[in-house]
Design a protein around this ligand. Structure first.
Ligand code: NAD
Length: 363
């Protein structure tokens, strides 16, 4: 029999809950990793091929991300096995049933993730009142539409560029994944004088050293046209700042040596393999870890949950991301370690300190 506690370490997980209702075809899992700082926040993912291990890894990533951002929330994650493109009525039934089954788990707050959106969160809210990332009509702050994560990435870029002594004016940016994160990151960086020279989506890459028009590209993407170049080419184009904002492990052994950027802002989660990250560090590339650089979305969502308005949410993103980026850059330099190592140490220390102030087991 597999070890039931195979994922456990001193941080968590606090609970792993399987949810099943054969009558309607619901198969799901919730991992509440750590709640020392407060009720856990993490997305509800819907995908055909999710595992308990993946759910745990994502929950742990949320523990670190929320701790780094200094939120009053721990980390958790939930997944429903299913095709997110299923008929809406079926999806609504599964999501409502999942929420109802977890009504008593008040140490977990649902959020949107791959395969779920604001409307799904409205269903959860309707069932149990415990969801973030709600539609505006329910008091939500539409973080993807406003570009909360892209805004945070641009803040991180400013701090990193200043730390490394280079000017953002004229800096050439390449974005992989021209979606909610990528488009807004490009937009906020262009307001700081950067030039978007390459962008890709699932269909291909467009490249223009003279600069791409972000608005025109966004409009083109909305019509489904545009990119023709080789899709993975965006990772190795000549640029100063690379923003992977699509899929995991896109920087790997096979392309890491050809990466030209001096600054990488990890918009997506785990966009580089561990080995690729090691080699980037060796080459002196500033490779800002995902849970530091892309925390804008969850900060915005946590502010929404606390009842803050949009202006306060964006001010908080700015303050927290700048503070954390600088702390990680300074710690890595002082200790001579990789940025991810410094970031994990910082986040873990915060979680442990929070744990030391709680009477464990009273949740
Ligand atoms: P999105 O669906 O809005 O956009 C994703 C984009 O990536 C799309 O344009 C898609 O065409 C493109 N894409 C897909 N596969 C690709 C590939 N192989 N190569 C190039 N492009 C590809 O998603 P999003 O909300 O922008 O999220 C992007 C990533 O950032 C995800 O990994 C997500 O988990 C992560 N993330 C998102 C947020 C947020 O606030 N939305 C916050 C933190 C992390």
């Amino acid at each position: 029999m597999a070890d039931m506690f195979q994922f456990a370490d001193d941080l968590g997980p606090l609970k792993i809950i399987h949810v099943q209702d054969a009558g309607i075809g619901l198969k799901a899992v919730l991992v509440i990793d750590n709640v020392a700082a407060g009720p856990s926040i993490g997305g509800l993912r819907m995908a055909p091929d999710v595992t308990v291990e993946e759910c745990f890894r994502l929950a742990r990533a949320m523990t670190l991300k929320n701790a780094s951002a200094g939120l009053r929330h721990g980390g958790g994650k939930s997944v429903i096995v299913g095709d997110p493109g299923m008929p809406k009525a079926d999806k609504e039934r599964l999501i409502r049933a999942m929420a109802a089954a977890l009504r008593g788990e008040d140490m977990y707050i649902f959020g949107p993730d791959m395969g779920t959106n604001e409307e799904c969160m409205a269903w959860v809210h309707d069932e149990i009142g415990r969801a973030i990332g709600l539609p505006r009509e329910l008091g939500g702050i539409p973080l993807d539409q406003l570009g909360a994560t892209g805004y945070g990435l641009a803040q991180a870029a400013e701090v990193a560029a200043e730390f490394d002594g280079f000017d953002l004016t004229g800096a050439r940016v390449a974005v992989q994944g021209f979606g909610s994160v990528g488009i807004h990151a490009a937009r906020f960086l262009s307001e700081r004088g950067c030039v978007l020279v390459a962008a890709s989506d699932s269909k291909g890459t467009v490249y223009d050293l003279g600069g791409l028009d972000i608005e025109a590209l966004t409009a083109l993407k909305a019509t489904g046209g545009g990119a023709t170049g080789e899709r993975e080419a965006v990772i190795t184009v000549d640029c100063d700042i690379l923003i992977p904002a699509a899929r995991p492990d896109v920087i790997h052994d096979g392309n890491v040596e050809d990466v030209k950027a001096r600054l990488i802002l990890q918009g997506a989660n785990i966009p580089a393999t561990a080995e690729a990250e090691r080699r980037l560090t060796e080459r002196g590339v500033t490779n800002l870890p995902d849970f530091i650089a892309n925390a804008g979305g969850v900060i915005c969502a946590a502010m929404e949950y606390a009842g803050a308005n949009q202006t306060t949410a964006f001010e908080t993103i700015k303050e927290k991301i700048r503070e954390n980026t600088l702390a990680v850059l300074e710690a890595a330099k002082a200790d001579g370690v990789a940025l991810r190592e410094a970031a994990v140490a910082l986040a873990t220390e915060r979680v442990r300190t929070a744990m030391s102030m709680r009477r464990w087991g009273t949740f």
